[in-house]
Design a protein around this ligand. Structure first.
Ligand code: AMP
Length: 282
């Protein structure tokens, strides 16, 4: 497995691979890797010839009061697990390389960024679209692998790919969970033992919503209330949103006639967690 910090060298490697007719899969990450990330690498390995992961804690997607400084950085362990997964190349750029002095160009995200995370974390998706487009310039991959765990992020990236005519296919991969249901996240390591128990409120709330829908409930607001009740029973410390939305527009749905997505963001202790699930009708 190659580990390259230079964008010029990475581009040259990818260019050679493309000239050789290889299909390239890209997995952008911020490191602190877990099984969720590795599932993306394995899928890329299975469906492409070359799997390229990137590790970069992107400052422009963090707000001023968020956890950029203390975001976990575990590069050596990350490289070990990527090697074991058969990853071919890891691009590990420096901040200066991605944001050279004077950097002032950003990608305006599509409208789907305006709800939920976009409202609560102003500028977050602008940071995401900017870094993903920059990574795609350095690594012109055929397929980009992203996790459904960040459901809105996938919708935002698909919107950018459509709007900017980017020649890439976006694959959205299932959320990998701990055995008790907690969605894996690099931020789970911030949770104390007690917070870790309370964090189960998110997946439980989604489970309750699924059961309600299977039992024939078609009212978005009733299902939202059921998710809120489950979150408060955990108890989480605060709820940013617990919403039933259309799978593509992410607009709230009041009358459920086709599959919908339940999206949750809540705070447990000082940790902000998100989760979601797609609900099919009963
Ligand atoms: P991050 O390092 O948090 O930026 O995540 C990098 C990629 O891994 C994103 O596409 C995430 O959606 C994806 N990801 C994070 N957690 C999970 C998970 N539990 N299951 C599947 N994919 C995930």
């Amino acid at each position: 497995m190659r580990v390259i910090a230079s964008s010029a060298e990475t581009y040259a490697f990818v260019d050679r691979m493309r000239t050789d007719g290889k299909r390239i899969g890209l997995i952008p990450t911020m490191g602190a890797l877990h099984e969720g990330h590795l599932s993306l690498v394995r899928l890329a390995k299975k469906n492409c010839d070359v799997a390229i992961a990137t590790i970069f804690v992107n400052p422009t997607q963090f707000g001023p009061n968020e956890d950029f400084q203390k975001y976990p950085r575990t590069l050596e362990q990350d490289l070990d697990v990527l090697r074991n997964c058969g990853c071919d190349l890891v691009f590990t750029p420096t901040n200066d390389q991605m944001y050279p002095a004077g950097h002032s160009t950003y990608v305006e995200p599509p409208n789907v960024a305006s709800h939920w995370e976009g409202k609560i974390r102003p500028g977050h998706f602008r940071g995401v679209t900017t870094i993903v487009l920059k990574l795609l310039q350095i690594i012109p991959a055929h397929v980009g692998y992203f996790g459904r765990k960040d459901y809105q992020q996938v919708a935002v990236i698909r919107g950018m790919v459509r709007d900017l005519n980017l020649p890439i296919v976006i694959e959205a991969c299932e959320t990998v969970r701990e055995p008790d249901g907690l969605a894996m996240s690099s931020r789970n390591r911030y949770l104390s033992a007690e917070d870790r128990r309370r964090a189960l409120g998110l997946s439980r709330a989604l489970g309750s919503a699924q059961r309600l829908i299977e039992n024939g409930c078609t009212s978005g607001s009733q299902i939202e209330q059921c998710m809120r009740d489950a979150l408060l029973a955990a108890p989480v410390d605060s709820i940013d949103y617990a919403a039933i939305v259309h799978p593509e527009t992410l607009e709230p749905v009041e009358s459920i006639l086709s599959p919908v997505v339940g999206m949750i963001a809540a705070r447990v202790g000082t940790t902000r967690l998100i989760d979601n699930a797609t609900f099919t009708l009963g």
